[in-house]
Design a protein around this ligand. Structure first.
Ligand code: DGY
Length: 423
């Protein structure tokens, strides 16, 4: 096991640019929001101060309204599309104009719990929690204007699951007229068969152009976007972060933050019940623009295990993981292999992602579903053995897909391998 940790550490160091870490050189040459937060968990095992710095750097680019962007373009690099000129958000250090899964609250709490340097951890928690809480308040203000308790994403890139089968129907409502000509860069770095299609890219860019025309005014974007989806996995990450922020804020004496975070978590967790689907035995997405549930069995509804959901739901999700595992070789496929649209090597339409495995396993372990959590961990380590530290893996063959020498995969391996020592 030691050699896994050493190889993972080497990748984290190779991708470290000092105050932030790129997901992998070439394909993703900037700082990504949720990548950085999960990366910090791995860095923490060999350098606590560096791990805190990763999250500090991200939060330093928070917008005045509270939004934390999904990409920070620290340096110029024309090897990525869409770059800062396409986003045109007007920031001094350019950023994108949309957000990503809010995993910072969870990460900060985990770092704090494990810290050997308690003085630094306390200082960091007191500095970061108000910012993270401001981001959470932004979510509930701008992405849940009706006060349902759950927030919507307005672009597939926000979920991180760019080309999920979940978006096929809602994306058919996003037009492509008026999209300015562009040249993709991703397909020059990674196998085009592993990436989203050109038709999906045109819609991604159409949405960016729409938001840009609305001057990135977050009070207007939600209602004007034809793509408004309540994603259970995305919400579960936010709600888990709210509940972790509540716990940590109480511990470091930030009582007002603790109280509001607790109420966000409670309200959202109750509202999640409306996303449960008995046919699939998991949660599913809700299309807020069309006012209907999306009958699509993706990993998002299993990632819901990361939040404090009821015990019977955690148990059902553990069973669902086993059912999906019986349909492929490695847990957990990002789309049900028995469902239409499954594609074993195309990004989020089937491949296994170690960060998602980590969060599902963490939630199931907390809920007492330790056997299934352990199976997810073992499968994850077998994937490393088979395919190296890839961005994602074919769940049938274990073949490496997407980018290689991937930062967050390396971070998750350190976490998985160290788990037994920490527990
Ligand atoms: C990409 O460029 O592939 C990203 O997922 C967008 O953040």
């Amino acid at each position: 096991m030691q050699s896994y940790i050493q190889s993972a550490e080497e990748i984290l160091k190779k991708n470290d640019l000092g105050s932030y870490t790129v997901p992998t050189h070439g394909l993703y040459p900037f700082q990504w929001n949720w990548d950085s937060c999960l990366t910090a968990l791995g860095q923490f095992h060999f350098n606590e101060a560096r791990a805190w710095r990763e999250i500090e750097t991200l939060m330093a680019h928070q917008w005045d309204d509270g939004m934390v962007p999904h990409i920070i373009f620290h340096k110029e690099d024309d090897g990525y599309f869409p770059g800062p000129d396409v986003w045109a958000t007007g920031r001094q250090v350019p950023t994108s104009g949309i957000t990503q899964p809010a995993v910072a609250g969870f990460a900060v709490n985990r770092l704090y719990e494990r810290a050997k340097d308690k003085a630094l951890a306390g200082e960091m928690a007191r500095a970061l929690l108000p910012k993270i809480h401001k981001w959470h308040q932004w979510f509930f203000r701008c992405r849940d204007p009706q006060g349902t308790g759950l927030v919507a994403i307005i672009h597939p890139w926000e979920s991180g699951r760019d080309n999920s089968v979940d978006w096929d129907v809602p994306f058919s409502r996003v037009p492509t007229d008026g999209v300015l000509p562009f040249q993709r860069r991703d397909t020059q770095h990674a196998n085009p068969e592993h990436r989203p299609t050109q038709a999906q890219y045109e819609r991604y860019i159409w949405l960016v152009q729409l938001f840009r025309s609305l001057k990135w005014d977050n009070m207007a974007l939600h209602d004007n976007s034809p793509f408004r989806i309540v994603d259970p996995g995305f919400n579960a990450i936010l709600l888990r972060s709210c509940s972790d922020v509540a716990k940590l804020a109480a511990e470091v004496g930030l009582e007002a933050i603790a109280a509001e975070s607790r109420s966000f978590a409670q309200k959202g967790t109750s509202a999640m019940e409306a996303l449960w689907d008995d046919d699939f035995g998991q949660y599913i997405c809700f299309d807020r623009a069309a006012n209907e549930l999306i009958k699509s069995p993706s990993i998002s509804g299993i990632l819901a295990a990361f939040a404090d959901i009821p015990t019977n739901r955690s148990q059902a999700l553990a069973e669902r993981v086993l059912q999906l595992s019986s349909r492929c070789t490695y847990a957990v496929a990002s789309h049900d292999p028995a469902a239409a649209g499954f594609d074993a090597s195309r990004y989020w339409r089937g491949p296994v992602w170690l960060i998602v495995n980590y969060m599902i396993a963490d939630g199931l372990r907390r809920a007492g579903q330790t056997d299934v959590a352990e199976k997810i961990k073992q499968d994850s380590l077998e994937l490393i053995e088979k395919g190296g530290f890839a961005e994602y893996y074919n769940p049938l063959t274990g073949a490496a897909c997407g980018g290689l020498e991937f930062t967050w995969t390396a971070a998750m391996v350190i976490e998985f391998v160290s788990q037994s020592e920490i527990a």
